[in-house]
Ligand binder design. Structure first.
Ligand code: GLU
Length: 429
C-alpha cells in the first residue's frame, strides 16, 4: 500500500478537486483557485539576547481575494512549511466564504518554537515579520491574526510596527490584539465559543440531550480551553483533554471519568497549553498516553490541535459511541480517514473550516470596530458571533440535505460557489 499522503496542501487540493468535479466547475476557475494568488518567502534577522544574529524563515500566502482582503493567522511553529501555510491559506478562503464575511484567505508562518525565545526576542521577531511584509499587507489588502504559537501581545506588537512604518494609526491592520490595544471583547474565546455553537446545533439535529453527553478534546491550547469551558456551560461533560509536553517531547491525555474542571486545568496550564501533570494527578486526574483522547467512549470528539491526527492508522480507534466529530483544528482528518467517516452513518462530522470559523468571524468584527472606531460590548459580540455561526451551520446543513452529500463536501460547495460567484462578478473569469 502506498504511504498515506499527509502533505496538507495536497490534501487541500484533493478536497477541492473532489467538489469541483461535483460542481462541474470550469478549468479556468479551478486553475485560479487550486493555487494561491501570491506567496511571500522571506528571512527575518533577529539580534538575540546573547547578541548573536539568528535568521528565521518566514512566509505569507494570499490564496484568494475575490471576496475581499485576505485574512488569516500567523503560526510560529518549528515544523512550519510553505505547503502547510498554502493549505491553511486555502482553507481560510473557504472559511471566510462559508461564514459569509467579506474577506479572502491568507496565512503566515515562521519556522520557530516560540517557547525557546525570550519576550524581547519574540517582540523583535514579530516586528521583523511586519518589516518584511508591510508593503504587501494592510486593512484593505491582507490582515494577519494569531494562530498556533502566536498571542494577542504579539499581534499588538505587529500592529504597532505597521503603524510606525506607515506613520498613521492602523489598528485594523492586524486582529486578535489585546483588548486594551484595539482588540475586540470576545476574540480570545471566539474560536472555542464558535466550535460549541456548531456542536449545539448538531446535537439538536441529532436529538441528543447535551446533559447526557460527554466530550473528549485533543489539545489544551486556546481553542480547546474555550471549547471545554463552553461545552461545560452548555451542560455537557468533558472527560479528557490532551497536550504536548515540550520537555518530554511527548503528549499526554489528562482525564477524569466524572468530568474534568476546565477552569481548574486552565489554572495549571502554561501559555503554550502545557498542563502540569503533577498538579493534575494530585487533584484526581489520570495521566494517560497522548493518543488516549481519541479512543474515549464519548458522544462528541473534538480534534482541536493540529493537522492529520485522524488518519488511516488512528481512525479505527474512534469509539462506535461517537456521534459528532467537531473539527476545531484545521485539517485534522486525512482523506483516507475521511472516506471511512463519510461512510459511517452514525457520525456527524462538523468540517474544520465551518467548525472553527468563530475566530475569523470575531476578527472580522474586530476590524469593523477598529475601522469605525466604535466598540461593542462582549454580549453584543457573542450574540453576533452566535448568529453568524448558526447561519453558516445551517447553510452547510441545507446543502448537505439538498444535494445528499457529506457535510465536508457540502461546506466546500457553499464556499466554492460563493468564491466562484465573486470571481465571476468581478470579471476574472
Ligand atoms: N488563525 C485563526 C484561523 O485559523 C484565525 C484567523 C483570523 O482571525 O484571521 O481561523
Amino acid at each position: 500500500m502506498s504511504p498515506e499522503e499527509l502533505n496538507p496542501f495536497k490534501i487541500a487540493q484533493k478536497q477541492f478537486d473532489e467538489v469541483a468535479t461535483q460542481l462541474n466547475l470550469s478549468k479556468d476557475i479551478c486553475g485560479i483557485i487550486r493555487e494561491p494568488l501570491r506567496e511571500l518567502h522571506f528571512n527575518i534577522p533577529v539580534r538575540m539576547d546573547d547578541k548573536s544574529i539568528k535568521v528565521f524563515q518566514g512566509f505569507r500566502v494570499q490564496h484568494n481575494d475575490a471576496r475581499g482582503p485576505t485574512k488569516g493567522g500567523i503560526r510560529f511553529a518549528l515544523n512550519e512549511t510553505i505547503d502547510t501555510v498554502k493549505a491553511l491559506a486555502m482553507w481560510m478562503t473557504w472559511k471566510c466564504a462559508v461564514a459569509d464575511i467579506p474577506l479572502g484567505g491568507g496565512k503566515g508562518g515562521v519556522v520557530v518554537d516560540p517557547a525557546t525565545l525570550s519576550d524581547n526576542e519574540k517582540e523583535k521577531l514579530c516586528r521583523g515579520w511586519i518589516q518584511q511584509t508591510y508593503k504587501n499587507i494592510g486593512p484593505l489588502v491582507d490582515v494577519p491574526a494569531p494562530d498556533i504559537g502566536t498571542t494577542p501581545q504579539m499581534m499588538g506588537w505587529m500592529m504597532d510596527e505597521y503603524t510606525k512604518l506607515k506613520g498613521e494609526f492602523y489598528p485594523g491592520a492586524v486582529t486578535g490584539k489585546p483588548v486594551d490595544s484595539g482588540g475586540s471583547l470576545g476574540r480570545t474565546a471566539a474560536t472555542g465559543f464558535g466550535v460549541i455553537v456548531t456542536v449545539r446545533e448538531a446535537l439538536e439535529y441529532l436529538d441528543l440531550d447535551v446533559k447526557k453527553c460527554c466530550a473528549s478534546i485533543m489539545g489544551f491550547g486556546n481553542v480547546s480551553q474555550y471549547a471545554a469551558t463552553n461545552f461545560v456551560k452548555l451542560g455537557g461533560k468533558v472527560i479528557a483533554v490532551s497536550y504536548w509536553n515540550r520537555n518530554d517531547k511527548k503528549s499526554y491525555t489528562i482525564s477524569k471519568a466524572c468530568g474534568i474542571d476546565p477552569y481548574f486545568l486552565q489554572s495549571i496550564t502554561d501559555q503554550y497549553g502545557a498542563i502540569d501533570n503533577k498538579k493534575a494527578e494530585a487533584n484526581g486526574y489520570s495521566i494517560e498516553d497522548g493518543n488516549a483522547w481519541l479512543s474515549k467512549e464519548v458522544d462528541v470528539l473534538i480534534p482541536s490541535a493540529i493537522e492529520g491526527v485522524i488518519n488511516r492508522d488512528t481512525v479505527k480507534n474512534i469509539s462506535p459511541k461517537v456521534r459528532i466529530i467537531a473539527e476545531a483544528a484545521n485539517g485534522p482528518t486525512t482523506p483516507e480517514a475521511d472516506i471511512i467517516l463519510k461512510d459511517n452513518p452514525n457520525v456527524f462530522v462538523i468540517p474544520d473550516f465551518l467548525c472553527n470559523a468563530g475566530g475569523v468571524i470575531c476578527s472580522y468584527f474586530e476590524g469593523v470596530q477598529n475601522n469605525m472606531n466604535f466598540y461593542w460590548s462582549e454580549e453584543e459580540v457573542n450574540q453576533k458571533l452566535d448568529q453568524k455561526m448558526v447561519n453558516a451551520f445551517h447553510r452547510v446543513f441545507k446543502m448537505a440535505k439538498e444535494r445528499k452529500v457529506y457535510t465536508r463536501n457540502a461546506a466546500y460547495m457553499v464556499a466554492i460557489k460563493s468564491v466562484a460567484k465573486a470571481m465571476k462578478l468581478r470579471g476574472w473569469i
